[in-house]
Design a protein around this ligand. Structure first.
Ligand code: UDP
Length: 263
């Protein structure tokens, strides 16, 4: 969890780039820096909780105090989505870039293959995590798959899932239960999981397995990935309604509020 001090770690060098946005700490790091820092934790067998924070999760955390506490207990929080990057700029504390769950996952899988870390894939419908792990091995030869399990287990089955992960001796756990379930699950179970790096990756296993297509590259490049996802999965429209509310909140807090105070 956050504040686990690692003397001499990249963590110390990056400490000053942590920003606070609508009450949540976010690390102003690039994808390369996040990967380097997570590698540091894994190589030293330290536990590490990583959140890829999108506007929906940050907006929800405004009302759910316990969720905000979880976000602020994480060791690393990425700016997942153009909305968070925009908000950081509006607040006058720009983060360097967007670091999405899928981009972080792919980079970590690449590092896992080259460093020999064992990876566990948890989440999505039965069969998806296993297909995703097979595809990951094709993409990153030499990758060591510690195991996989679907994401629709009951509270009663939770102990078995934790035992399965612990017994697999995984070092990197990809948790694809969707936000905020995956963040709540990691926060509740990390201490039982031992010294592993656990990252919430949302629907990324669906994409890796080939069940869902990622938005075209040009849309990703031009910050229109959210629109691509909406076009491919129109059922997401309801979730998108939070975006204008999130933007209004950011503008009120960081622009209008400041203007009124200065008057
Ligand atoms: N999911 C799961 N268990 C649940 C609810 C959802 O494993 O109890 C999975 C779901 O199958 C999907 C992922 O969590 O693979 C959520 O994907 P979504 O695209 O909604 O997440 P986001 O990336 O937007 O956080």
């Amino acid at each position: 969890m956050r504040n686990a001090s690692c003397p001499g770690a990249p963590a110390e060098r990056y400490e000053e780039v942590r920003i606070k946005l609508l009450g949540a700490f976010i690390d102003g790091l690039t994808l390369d820096q996040f990967t380097e820092r997570i590698a540091f934790f894994i190589e030293r067998c330290r536990s590490c909780f990583i959140i890829t924070l999108n506007p929906e999760l940050l907006y929800r955390s405004q009302r759910e105090r316990s969720l905000m506490d979880i976000v602020n207990r994480a060791d690393l929080v990425t700016a997942d989505g153009v909305g968070i990057v925009w908000a950081s700029r509006t607040a006058g504390q720009p983060v360097p870039e967007r670091v999405t769950g899928i981009d972080l996952m792919m980079r970590l899988l690449q590092s896992a293959a080259s460093h020999g870390w064992r990876v566990f894939f948890l989440g999505s419908y039965p069969g998806v995590a296993e297909s995703a792990s097979k595809r990951a091995v094709e993409l990153f030869p030499g990758l060591q798959v510690a195991g996989s399990y679907h994401g629709f287990f009951s509270q009663e089955q939770n102990c078995q899932v934790v035992e399965l992960i612990v017994g697999s001796k995984t070092q990197l756990l990809l948790v694809a239960l969707g936000a905020p379930l995956q963040e709540k699950w990691i926060a509740a179970n990390l201490s039982s999981l031992g010294n592993i790096a656990a990252v919430g990756v949302g629907g990324s296993l669906d994409v890796l397995s080939g069940n869902v297509r990622r938005a075209p590259r040009w849309m990703v490049r031009t910050n229109l990935e959210w629109l691509g996802r909406l076009l491919m999965e129109p059922s997401r429209w309801k979730r998108m309604l939070v975006l204008p509310k999130f933007m209004a909140l950011v503008l009120v807090k960081y622009k209008i509020g400041k203007y009124l105070v200065s008057k």
